[in-house]
Ligand binder design. Structure first.
Ligand code: ZN
Ligand code: ZN
Length: 149
């Protein structure tokens, strides 16, 4: 089941610091992944000055499963699926190279296979991030000469 960032609303956790709350709101409002510097730019008026303030807030949000780091982009998104994928410990992202939209989803079968591999090899799995790169359905539709199949 796929969730988009647009149609999802989070229950706002109560134990966030002001900076964490600001960073989470910024990610929530963004329609594309943001780098730490993008986030800092948007929060200058709120008094954030140093990248370290943003990185500290991001670390905490990621630890709590409220945000994710997209390794291939070195950018951050808010979690589109708080609570339901956290228990599974794994998240997958389809990243469109056309419009930059990111769809987060989790797939039980993939997760089970990866957890199975880890168990077989004695690997203590901490987190799994799967990133799919390509073009979303909207971008493919608007691209002339490449019919959606
Ligand atoms: Zn998530
Ligand atoms: Zn797209």
């Amino acid at each position: 089941m796929a969730h988009t960032h647009d149609d999802h609303h989070h229950e706002r956790p109560r134990d966030l610091t002001r900076n964490q709350d600001l960073v989470l709101s910024t990610l929530n409002e963004a329609h594309e992944p943001l780098s730490a510097y993008d986030i800092l730019d948007r929060l200058r008026e709120d008094g954030l000055r140093a990248p370290l303030q943003v990185y500290r807030a991001l670390d905490k949000l990621i630890e709590q499963g409220l945000a994710h780091r997209l390794e291939s982009l070195n950018a951050f998104v808010c979690c589109a699926d708080v609570g339901c994928h956290r228990a599974r410990g794994s998240a997958a992202f389809a990243i469109c190279s056309g419009c930059g939209r990111v769809d987060e989803f989790a797939d039980d079968e993939v997760n089970a296979r990866l957890a199975g591999w880890a168990a077989e090899h004695g690997f203590a799995l901490e987190r799994t991030t799967i990133e799919l790169r390509g073009r979303c359905a909207e971008c493919r539709k608007s691209q002339s000469g490449s019919p959606l199949r």
